[in-house]
Each structure stands twice: as structure tokens, then as C-alpha cells.
Design a protein around this ligand. Structure first.
Ligand code: APR
Length: 245
């Protein structure tokens, strides 16, 4: 019987909420060069620019709401009684939480958290932040000033929760990927891991992703439309995939 459902989400699930995806045709992220705002080197070069960039993204969270795709995953988690539903997200927004999902791993960090940067002499602790981060802020734990940074995994840094994710993938019975281009590893490699465990894999996207070859099924269209229907059918047939595909 299908028990544990593992879900990977990417920027595409939040697109219909109004948060732009990463890989636009311009190669820019929110009008910025990714090297400037999403690498440790960019932060060393211009911490004010990086801090202000994430302050703006954090503040913009107030202007967006979860869409039907986020809500469908929360509904699945709430109503799935055969095992676990885990959302592994590459997104740094809080739309899964606000939709009602509880079992979420933010492998690329969170806009609503900050950490005390070990490489700047900080203690490494992680704290919630709902306002703007300022260079004069002090760490609530070690008390140092100027060591707090956005709790975002930048390019070149190690994603979070990798041990837990490996365990979750090994115990999964169905792997679902939603709204991710499949070009950023290690997340892009989860489907091949699932494939090796011989569990069914399905992707939801506007178009086939870079890892489409590893997926058993592809459901193409806006996730806000396709996912709620899929979740309803998955719940109705109690995970009997023969009835689903
Ligand atoms: N429904 C489903 N899929 C969608 C939708 C939608 N409404 N809108 C866009 N998509 C798909 C796009 O077709 C694309 O494949 O979502 C994907 C978004 O891809 P990316 O912008 O590359 O985002 P993602 O895969 O999450 O990026 C991974 O890269 O920049 C880093 O750390 C950042 O977490 C991010 C990682």
C-alpha cells in the first residue's frame, strides 16, 4: 500500500501567488544578478545590498497569499491517513506554512529566519525575523553585533536537512515534484534517488523539466489547476495509483 508521500516543490508552485520564478529569460532574479545577491562572495562584496534585497523579499511576503496548489498539499497532509506527507521545498517563502502544511523542510532556508554567521565570528544560531534586518542588529544568543545574515542557502553553500531528506526519500512510496526546473542540485537529483528506490515519480510543471527522463508521469499545466484535482483523486482512490494514471 502507498504510505509515505514525498513532495519536492520549487518556485513554480508560488508563481501563481505572484512570486516570480528564478530562471527568467533575463537570467536575473528580481532584477538582480544572482552572483550579487545569492552567493557568499556577493555578501562579502556588498552586505547592505544583499541585506536590503532579502529585506524587500521578506516585506513582499505580506502582499502574497497561498494559492490552490499550496492549499492542495495542506489538504493532502491533513487527510492522508496511510502514512506521512512531507514537503521538501526549495522555496524561501512561507506560503506552504500559511496554507496549512506542517511537515515542511526548507532546504534552501527561509526569509523569515536569520542566522548568526559563523564565518563572521557568529555563533551559528538561527532566529525568526519578521522585520527588516539591520547591520546594527545584535545576535539574541551571543550578543555580537553585525554577525546576523539572512538564513538563506546561497550558491556554493550546503543545503539544509540533507540527512533527513535522504532518510525520507528512502522511506517514500511516491515522489511528487512540483514547479521546479530540475537544474539545481542536489534537489534536482532527488527524482533519480526515488527512481533507484523504485517508487513512482510524477512531476507537475508548465512543461517537462530538465529531469523529465526520471519521471514516470508528467502532468503539465498550472499547478494551481492540476494539483488540487490530483490531490482529490489521490485521496478518493486512497493512493491506488492504477486508478490515478
Ligand atoms: N505551475 C507549475 N509549474 C510552474 C508554474 C506553474 N504555475 N509556473 C512556473 N512553473 C515552473 C517552470 O516551468 C519552471 O520549470 O516552475 C519552474 C521554476 O523553475 P526555477 O525558476 O528554476 O525555480 P526552482 O527550480 O525552484 O529553482 C531552484 O534555484 O536559484 C535557485 O535556490 C534557488 O531554490 C531555487 C533553485
Amino acid at each position: 500500500m502507498l504510505k509515505n508521500i514525498v513532495i519536492l516543490t520549487g518556485a513554480g508552485i508560488s508563481a501563481e501567488s505572484g512570486i516570480p520564478v528564478f530562471r527568467s529569460e533575463t537570467g536575473l532574479w528580481e532584477n538582480h544578478n544572482v552572483d550579487d545577491v545569492a552567493t557568499p562572495e556577493g555578501y562579502e562584496r556588498d552586505p547592505d545590498l544583499v541585506r536590503n534585497f532579502y529585506n524587500t523579499l521578506r516585506s513582499n511576503l505580506k502582499k502574497v497569499e497561498p494559492n490552490p496548489a499550496h492549499k492542495a498539499l495542506a489538504k493532502l497532509e491533513e487527510n492522508w491517513k496511510n502514512g506521512t506527507v512531507t514537503v521538501i521545498t526549495q522555496n524561501i517563502d512561507d506560503l506552504h506554512e500559511r496554507a496549512g502544511s506542517k511537515n515542511i523542510l526548507h532546504m534552501h532556508g527561509e526569509l523569515l529566519k536569520q542566522s548568526c554567521y559563523v564565518l563572521h565570528g557568529g555563533c551559528g544560531d538561527v532566529f525568526e525575523i519578521h522585520t527588516d534586518q539591520k547591520p546594527t542588529d545584535c545576535c539574541p544568543h551571543c550578543g555580537k553585533m553585525g554577525t546576523l545574515r539572512p538564513h538563506i542557502v546561497w550558491f556554493g553553500e550546503m543545503p539544509l536537512y540533507m540527512d533527513e531528506i535522504a532518510q525520507i526519500l528512502s522511506e517514500g512510496d511516491l515522489f511528487i515534484s512540483i514547479g521546479t526546473s530540475g537544474v539545481v542540485y542536489p534537489a534536482a537529483g532527488f527524482v533519480s534517488t526515488a527512481h533507484r528506490y523504485n517508487i513512482p515519480t510524477v512531476e507537475f510543471n508548465l512543461e517537462p523539466s530538465a529531469t523529465k527522463g526520471f519521471f514516470d508521469y508528467g502532468i503539465y499545466g498550472k499547478a494551481g489547476t492540476t494539483l488540487p484535482k490530483f490531490v482529490d483523486r489521490l485521496l478518493e482512490c486512497n493512493g491506488d495509483l492504477n486508478q490515478l494514471f
